[in-house]
Write a protein that binds this ligand. Sequence first.
Ligand code: ATP
Ligand code: MG
Length: 416
Amino acid sequence: MDNIQAIRGTKDILPSEVIYWQYLEKTVGEILAKANYQEIRTPIFEQTSLFERGIGEATDVVGKEMYTFTDRGERSITLRPEGTAGVVRSYIQHKLFASGGVERLWYGGAMFRYERPQAGRQRQFHQIGLELLGSKAARADVEVIAVACDILKTLGLKNLSLQLNSVGSKEDRQTYRQALVDYLTPYKDDLDSDSQDRLSRNPLRILDSKDQKTQEIAKNAPNILDYLGDDSRNHFEKVCSLLNDLNISYQLNPRLVRGLDYYTHTAFEIQSSDLGAQATVCGGGRYDGLVSQLGGLETPAIGWAMGIERLILLLEQLQPLKPQNPDIYFVSRGEKAENQALIIAQELRHTGFKVELDLTGSNFAKQFKRGDRSGAKICLVLGDSEVEQKVIQVKDLKTSEQKTVSQKELIKLLSN
Ligand code: ATP
Ligand code: MG
């Protein structure tokens, strides 16, 4: 019988890799706390309609990538493909807006999209994201971008570029959309087949097609920044000038439109040149229409999400992180000694030591070998004669120095 394997597009995160995750989570958590973002945890599955209404049916995510099933109560359920829709649903449901001010939230966890798995692209993947709800100020856009930059900088990541665009208001986009369709229609037959489909459904997405011929055509497409109304342009200029004030460098990228429907005004991505094809580590933007679209009050908002797997790929290139070794490796042999070792190990742990107990019952030589390999500094040795004399042997694994001490004195001795 074949062994059961993890499902295609999912990955076990083994202990040697978990260290990177823990380091990342700790670092990110600290930076988010400094800017006073509060963590929120929403369910992994939601009503399918939340994503249909929130993300938009013409998007790839909703159209092709969702894990949707009918549960035993005949409800249509979807595993969340992203975090914002759930957070906004929760914000509305629990009236988090009632405080009247700005709500700063962050989340982390697994997301699910039915995509073609490859390096940096999985079917179950993980994101950390934040949402700032209740402010339409350009300062809000810049705050969330600055927090993202702080995170990546603190993690030590290099070779990143911040790509920035504005997709304007809904009205600006209507005008632009028409101009774009007018420009692209004569080239229709030369576009890749996905883009041909999008020409009527979601033409802006054609701009970030990965197809080379489509890209050539898109190069000369009208620039969305030329279609912004006065308010949109003012907002965007403010964002740019505040980023300059904070010494955050960026590249204007008029072809950056982002995959989800709900974006308005500022859209941005942070890309790494060390990742190959899946280069985007952080994507975000303003989504002033989403809260009302999901039944809440008109609420401006902006947020971003980072792909943790891609960040981990970068961290692994930077520096090897190793699991922490135990302080003490405890070998024992003979029933009485083994039982007593269990008790002493527990006392040592309560005192603060990290202790690994050898449970194999094999001969001392074999246990010592494992002790050497464990990376511990100290090996404790307990046999029947030690139990009788109420002593224990303490071996320094670096110098191989060994001494016999009374069990009573042990903790005092180790603590020095
Ligand atoms: P892409 O263009 O790479 O598909 P996207 O625009 O679909 O990205 P978002 O929905 O903005 O991505 O998600 C934010 C971030 O989450 C991405 O920048 C990426 O780092 C990560 N991400 C998205 N989809 C996946 C996936 N299938 N596997 C791993 N990470 C992902
Ligand atoms: Mg995608």
